[in-house]
Design a protein around this ligand. Structure first.
Ligand SMILES: Nc1ncnc2c1ncn2[C@@H]1O[C@H](COP(=O)(O)OP(=O)(O)OP(=O)(O)O)[C@@H](O)[C@H]1O
Ligand SMILES: [Mg+2]
Length: 391
């Protein structure tokens, strides 16, 4: 009886041990499967990220064979899948940069070049090279190509902008300083001369004041948080007000300024009144400044289906064709000396464009050198009237 009980206990123990062993093995297998699954997952995450990256990415093994080249790289380099399949990659990429040939990538990465810039087809590209190593062994290289044309241009524009602002402030400051010195050196005793010099100092100070005011306004309008104070107003009345304000300068040059729209017209627009007045004032004062004596200026206002158009044309000096696209750039003037003598800094149309676009409209210019210029502003009609069919 004793040995039978002992045998039964041994059997039970053996069965339990086998069960425990089986369980442990299953746990190990499960863990193994999870590790494999997570590796696959990581691999597929990595591949998706590389494939979808906006930067061009090339991964090469130590022999210079492609492990991966994403679509962005193919597109940027102008390399087709056929080029890759037929082994024509190195020739295909030569026009872009010889630094992107496979051997050159491996060498650049091994030599720790880090990054460099190349220009191609009007664009600027940054190339970054990284060597792939495992356990001290060279495994290949990664090259990342980023298109940095826009940020390069923005940096350039910023540098130009600072240079322009400094120059525009330096000129009147130099004038103020030299006239003040002349006055201090004895000029003040000559009443006639003193008055003349003080008037110049006063007008140069005004000029600096205008410049600073324009710069502050531009930076406010550029702020993404800027809130437009839009309220329904009559743009016809606003144009008539500006025409009245500029009547003096127009008369001084014996210009004929024609209002082409009806005196009674009422054209409602959702607008920031002060800013809109500034736009119309700049366009009309440009027409006055750049039209010779006894010239003609027409001011028209056209209500169209969903928008209105303000059209101001003159038969003045016009703008050469090569300069027309640039007149909306900050500080651009066709003739620096002429504009400066007329008190301009070349910010008027740049600010006008910012304002009109802030109102959901457009501004364009057409001109013929020696014949005249037409500026057209298009604005959406006020919601409450024009677009609901009341006007
Ligand atoms: N009606 C026009 N006829 C001829 N040239 C024009 C006309 N309007 C603008 N321009 C040209 O475009 C340039 C830019 O105009 P913008 O209004 O930006 O500057 P500005 O009048 O010189 O100075 P600001 O407006 O800052 O006082 C002018 O300097 C001028 O050369
Ligand atoms: Mg102007």
């Amino acid at each position: 009886m004793g040995w039978q009980i002992a045998f039964a206990v041994c059997c039970v123990c053996a069965a339990v041990a086998i069960l425990l062993l089986l369980r442990a093995r299953r746990a190990v297998e499960r863990e193994h499967a999870e590790v494999i699954a997570s590796c696959d997952f990581r691999q597929s995450m990595f591949e998706t990220a590389v494939r979808q990256s906006g930067d061009g990415i090339l991964i090469l093994d130590a022999q210079g064979e492609f492990v991966l080249i994403n679509d962005a790289a193919k597109q940027t380099l102008g390399v087709t899948t056929a080029d890759l399949e037929m082994g024509h990659y190195d020739e295909a990429v030569t026009g872009f940069s010889e630094m992107l040939q496979r051997e050159a990538i491996l060498t650049a990465a091994a030599e720790g070049v880090g990054e460099t810039q190349v220009s191609h087809g009007g664009g600027i590209f940054r190339l970054r090279f990284t060597e792939l190593r495992r356990g001290g062994r060279e495994m290949g290289a990664v090259c990342v190509i980023s298109d940095i044309t826009e940020s390069f241009k923005a940096e350039d524009m910023q540098t130009d902008f600072v240079a322009n602002v400094s120059h525009e402030l330096k000129t009147p400051l130099t004038t103020v300083k030299s006239y003040a010195e002349t006055l201090l050196a004895g000029g003040i005793d000559d009443a006639g001369m003193a008055r003349e010099f003080l008037e110049i100092i006063d007008s140069e100070a005004d000029r600096m004041g205008r410049l600073v005011r324009d710069l502050l306004l531009m930076s406010r309008l550029e702020d993404r948080e800027h809130k437009w104070e839009l309220a329904e107003g009559d743009v016809a009345l606003l144009i008539k007000t500006v025409m009245k304000k500029l009547d003096g300068p127009a008369r001084d040059k014996q210009l004929v300024v024609n209002r082409m729209f009806d005196e009674e017209a009422v054209v409602p627009v959702d607008m920031d009144r002060d800013r809109m007045e500034q736009v119309i004032h700049n366009i009309l004062s440009n027409a006055i400044k750049y039209t010779n004596e006894r010239g003609r200026i027409d001011v028209d206002l056209l209500p169209l289906d969903n928008c209105i158009q303000i059209v101001i044309s003159d038969n003045g000096v016009g703008i050469p064709e090569k300069d027309q696209a640039r007149v909306f750039e900050r500080f651009f003037t066709v003739d620096k000396a002429r504009s400066r003598s007329l008190g301009g800094t070349g910010l008027g149309l740049a600010i006008s464009k910012q304002i009109i676009e802030g109102h959901g409209g457009t501004i364009g210019i057409e001109s013929k050198a020696g014949k005249g210029t037409t500026v057209t502003v298009t604005l959406p009609k006020a919601w409450s009237r024009g677009r609901s069919g009341i006007l």
